[in-house]
Design a protein around this ligand. Structure first.
Ligand code: ADP
Ligand code: MG
Length: 252
């Protein structure tokens, strides 16, 4: 059974069909890329998956559980975490606080809102802090926990975003253009980290990415969108030589 099963998803905005009957499946333990020219519907698709937009029709299931039409916090609770195309972190807060906020949905009472007055809340906070520290170490942020996010280089901030998503203990991680704006070295580091997420943590990754080299290197499978439609789906090699894909990218 696929981990993620997307069937016939259509999204219409006033007068515009952003996604038109898109379907595909993400197998467990894989990196799956969604690619396509600007305006193809990639970000819209992520917004549907994470509950930010409601699909006009179609269905999305995670391991058999219906995600369609659930609000974002419910989708997250079922195990889908995401990062954004533009960084969405609290710049003035240190890394550790940003990660603890990412952890918030896992807490029973919510240690952030209840404060630390009660002993059980303090114990719970300590337990979460241990796990957050472990995840920070995994993504190479072990020595940056106290640094305000806004003071970190851009490539490192993107790592914080990834770490924050991991703090939700997802089964599926959605990454929207994780290497956009990065230099060559930062790109390679991020690629290595994405591989580690799959290999060491066993988390499946669904990736929207412009950098074709990155997609071809990382993805087990690729779905190509153009003008809201799925125009190809297959291994990176298959997709790369598909004439529809070549045409979409060359614009002829
Ligand atoms: P991509 O991420 O592949 O570049 P998007 O998903 O951002 O593409 O956009 C797909 C299409 O949907 C575009 O034509 C875009 O203008 C439109 N679109 C995206 N979000 C909205 C919205 N909230 N309201 C109206 N149109 C939107
Ligand atoms: Mg986009």
């Amino acid at each position: 059974m696929p981990l993620l099963d997307v069937r016939d998803v259509t999204v219409r905005f006033a007068g515009l069909t952003a996604l038109d009957g898109v379907g595909f499946a993400v197998a467990p333990g894989t990196v799956h890329a969604v690619i396509g020219p600007n305006g193809a519907g990639k970000s819209t698709f992520f917004n549907v998956l994470s509950g930010v937009y409601k699909a006009t029709s179609g269905s999305v299931r995670l391991d058999g559980a219906e995600l369609t039409a659930l609000p974002p916090h419910r989708v997250a609770a079922l195990g889908v975490a995401r990062t954004f195309q533009n960084i969405a972190l609290s710049r003035h807060l240190p890394v550790v606080d940003n990660l603890m906020l990412g952890r918030h949905r896992l807490t029973r009472a919510g240690f952030v809102s209840s404060g630390l007055r009660l002993p059980h809340a303090r114990r719970e906070w300590a337990r979460h802090l241990d796990r957050v520290t472990e995840i920070a170490g995994f993504v190479g942020l072990g020595d940056r926990l106290g640094t305000p996010v806004g003071l970190l280089p851009y490539g490192v901030q993107k790592r914080v975003e990834l770490a924050r998503a991991l703090c939700m203990e997802p089964r599926l991680l959605l990454l929207d253009e994780p290497v956009a704006g990065m230099n060559g070295g930062e790109r390679l580091d991020m690629a290595e980290l994405i591989v580690a997420v799959r290999e060491s943590l066993g988390i499946s990754v669904l990736l929207v990415e412009h950098d074709m080299g990155m997609v071809m290197r990382l993805a087990d499978r690729v779905t190509v969108l153009d003008f809201g439609r799925r125009i190809a789906d297959g291994t990176p090699e298959e997709v790369q030589r598909d004439p529809h894909v070549v045409r979409a990218y060359l614009g002829t």
